[in-house]
Write a protein that binds this ligand. Structure first.
Ligand SMILES: O=C(O)C1=C[C@@H](OP(=O)(O)O)[C@@H](O)[C@H](O)C1
Ligand SMILES: C=C(OP(=O)(O)O)C(=O)O
Length: 428
């Protein structure tokens, strides 16, 4: 792909779109289907780097995964809790879900497994997950001893019992443990110590587990009890990605248009549909249908909002905030510093390039909109930096997104879809 793309301003966008499948649901369904008894057929699955590294890794673990990228269908022959490979080296690129979920999954195997990724993955923490796996009877370590990948797991299976888990850096540790826990020799009880971030993703995990036949006692997510059990393979349909949908809702807000996202509703399994509530608070109208959500843009004002639960949409909200009257403050997202890039510091830097005054907080930022100007946006190899800040170019001429190919992580055809929806062509 090209090294830059210039976004063309668009009139108020009127249209509808079906985003690709949810990354979070695809990667959960893949792990659970791999462990299940029998065959699963996943439909509407996401085709992107994050799901491809998961599929490739499951293949290296000896799981039979048949993949039809055009039909977006994945057929998984489950291993019934017995991971075939006793030795595997897995490469996960920069997929947090893949490394956190698979580190927990391979702990339920028998053998030696090593998981690694790109240089940024080697900076993303995983020690809290390793500490909990150690409590559950598994030998595992960060290879360099810095609490980050590469990770080495040497295991004869999860023993189980009661363990503590910290969830203030990422909820993915807890989600990974939950999915593997039914295969421990005895039941598992997880006590969450301290704050748990990104809670809707944990509810998503227990919902997918339930759909495949395992019920977790999750209560208020401070103590979770997982009895020994088995997943049962099934046909499973994946919702469109709600984090990806945020860009199209944001495009409606920014251009003062009306955009309907198909395939999502208020009852979606993905917490990120709550991004629409942020837009509503800013002054947009939101119409919830049985199988679609429409955002109608309107004059907007700044808001103060805790986005802990929906942190993948912070960058989208930041782009929208540039077009509101008055400042917007986002809090509760200190965990955003550990994602594809530092999504507070680096976001502040790019927003300033566009003309905003930005105050960086430890756990968020305040954005004071200013007179916008053309800018070359550095994307830090972060798909969400590219996808969100491109929206600014729908109103402000001269917004150039560098390394647009980084959207491959979750949305390879993003720029094609956005240009089509907006009815414009982008310049490479
Ligand atoms: O479990 C998941 O599918 C995810 C959880 C979130 O991560 P954190 O729990 O690290 O915030 C989110 O940012 C990520 O894109 C997907
Ligand atoms: C944080 C993200 O991904 P992950 O943690 O799965 O790499 C994301 O997709 O925004």
């Amino acid at each position: 792909m090209t090294s830059r793309i210039e976004i063309t301003p668009a009139p108020p966008i009127q249209g509808s779109i079906l985003p690709p499948g949810s990354k979070s649901l695809t990667n959960r369904a893949l792990v659970i289907a791999a462990l299940a008894q029998g065959t699963s057929v996943l439909t509407g699955a996401l085709e992107s780097e994050d799901t491809h590294v998961m599929i490739d890794s499951l293949g290296r673990l000896g799981i039979d995964v048949q993949h039809d990228p055009h039909a977006k269908v994945i057929r998984v022959a489950g291993c019934d809790g017995a991971i075939p490979a006793a030795d595997a080296d897995l490469f996960v690129a920069n997929s947090g879900t893949t490394i956190r979920f698979l580190t927990a999954m391979v702990a339920a195997g028998k053998g030696r497994y090593r998981l690694d990724g790109i240089p940024r993955m080697r900076e993303r923490p995983i020690q809290d997950l390793l500490d909990t796996l150690t409590q559950l009877g598994v030998a595992c370590r960060s290879e360099t001893g810095n609490g980050c990948p590469p990770v080495v797991v040497e295991t004869t299976g999860l023993v189980g019992g009661v363990a503590k888990i910290a969830g203030d850096i990422s909820s993915q540790y807890l989600s990974g443990l939950l999915m593997a826990a039914p295969y421990a020799k005895q039941g598992v009880t997880l006590d969450v110590v301290g704050e748990l971030v990104s809670k809707p993703y944990v509810h998503m995990t227990t919902a997918v587990m339930r759909d495949f036949g395992v019920e977790v006692e999750a209560g208020d997510l401070t103590k979770l009890v997982i009895p020994p059990g088995k997943y049962v393979g099934r046909r499973y349909s994946i919702e469109p990605d709600a984090s990806a949908a945020s860009y199209f809702w944001g495009a409606a807000a920014i251009t003062g248009g009306s955009v309907t996202v198909e395939g999502l509703s208020r009852d979606a399994l993905q917490g990120d549909v709550a991004f629409c509530e942020c837009l509503e608070q800013m002054g947009c109208q939101v119409e919830y249908g049985a199988n679609s959500i429409t955002v109608v843009g309107s004059r907007m004002h700044g808001i103060c909002i805790d986005m802990n639960a929906i942190s993948d949409t912070v960058q989208t909200l930041a782009a929208v905030a540039l077009f509101a009257d008055g400042p917007t403050t986002v809090t509760g997202v200190a965990h955003n510093r550990h994602k594809e890039t530092d999504r507070i510091g680096d976001l502040a830097c790019e927003l300033r390039k566009l003309g905003a005054i930005v105050e960086e907080l430890e756990d968020g930022l305040t954005i004071i909109p200013g007179k916008l100007h053309p800018a070359e946006i550095e994307t830090y190899n972060d798909h969400r930096m590219a996808m969100s800040l491109a929206l600014v170019g729908l109103r402000q001429p001269g917004v150039v997104i560098l390394n647009p190919g980084c959207t491959n992580k979750t949305y390879p055809l993003y720029f094609e879809d956005l240009a089509r929806l907006a009815g414009v062509e982008f310049q490479e």
